[in-house]
Ligand binder design. Sequence first.
Ligand code: GDP
Ligand code: MG
Length: 437
Amino acid sequence: LADKLQNALSKLKSKGKVTEQDLKEVMREVKLALLEADVNFKVVKDFIKTIKERAIGSEVMESLTPGQQIIKIVNEELTTLMGTSQSKLTFSSNPPTVYMLVGLQGVGKTTTAGKLGGYLKKNGKKPLLVAGDVYRPAAIKQLQVVGKQLDIPVFNMGDKVNPVNIAKAGVEHAIKHGNDIVILDTAGRLHIDENLMDELEGIKKEVRPQEIILVVDAMTGQDAVNVAENFNAKLGIDGIILTKLDGDTRGGAALSVRSVTQKPIKFAGMGEKLSDLEPFHPDRMASRILGMGDVLSLIEKAQANFDEKKAMELEKRIKSQEFSFEDFLDQLQQMKSMGPMNQILEMIPGVNSKQLKNLDIDDKELVHIEAIIQSMTPAERRNPSIINGSRRKRIAKGSGTSVQKINSLLKQFAQTKKMMKQFSDMEKNMKKGGKMK
Ligand code: GDP
Ligand code: MG
């Protein structure tokens, strides 16, 4: 999704003047990107309408940087769509505070129960986990393992007792043992069914949870929206935890669950580890969707320095797996006009400063690097693995450098290539995330 939105918006970014036709075309692409990412149709329609209305406003179109203004509006509206500000958990004035986790099977309820417990424990609370899933084999054991890892007590009554009674007994246990938080893990089904809903309703009536939290798997796209709508209609939910946002996710779920249910996303699961839970920040999610790392400013910088066609070629090369010394040379020459190398590489998502240190590209070195590459034969440029000892000596002589320099360049090149591959893999993941199954 991010990839598609960036593509659409980067077209605007460079424009000094945006016509209504430009806006229409870009909005069409934004709309398609959102729909393909499984964002709910109605949500998309409203979203596009709002942006158009705000963008057509005269002060935007007539400002000096209309393209950037529109990107700003898209960013703001994305943030609004996901809830404007971070929404915190609420606590009962009459402890224990009961949080009831509900959701389909496999979305991450049990894991999230543990994560949430760990999070609250770190914040000075004394949580109790209650094993209310009596259907899934080994579900109780799973929660016990999680509890043990976090050193949080787990209450269970085996799998022969009605979950409503387990919930009730769990709360009583918490009161007796001084636990101010009860996190109730419940059963899920592959699909929403009446029995599941009846059971959850029974628990709700019995223990009156402070919050019913719907756990939603961010990877399930449009399905997540239907599930959220259903749970909210039948059970009434108070908040959402979005899991698996670390993976190959469609951004769509995050965008639509909130706007369809009007209930806040409170946390995001960012991995399988029990520490991988983060408060959900709508503004950060919007920025993440709009641009991983800082692709937009990289494109902007490129466009400022050489013409658009060349920038696109560069982008293609960066993404390409077949990256040869020939491309490297070409790219070096183009990049020289953009500013210091490290600064440019820093803007590529997935590149961290540690990798940059390893790369250690000094701008003064660029002259030498150019000379070295120019001393290579075309075959060597395409396939550096053939550059053996005697070839290295020849290239060193030809470029007026040393074998040492050749060695270090070959090493740098291999590292760069690895980095480019990471970048392109990441891009591919984002693309996959944006396509319908
Ligand atoms: P439940 O059936 O809803 O209780 O789901 P589980 O808690 O058993 O989780 C199902 C699977 O999803 C497990 O393999 C978890 O490790 C995994 N999982 C849960 N949350 C996350 C998350 O935020 N990121 C990732 N990558 N995996 C998660
Ligand atoms: Mg479970």
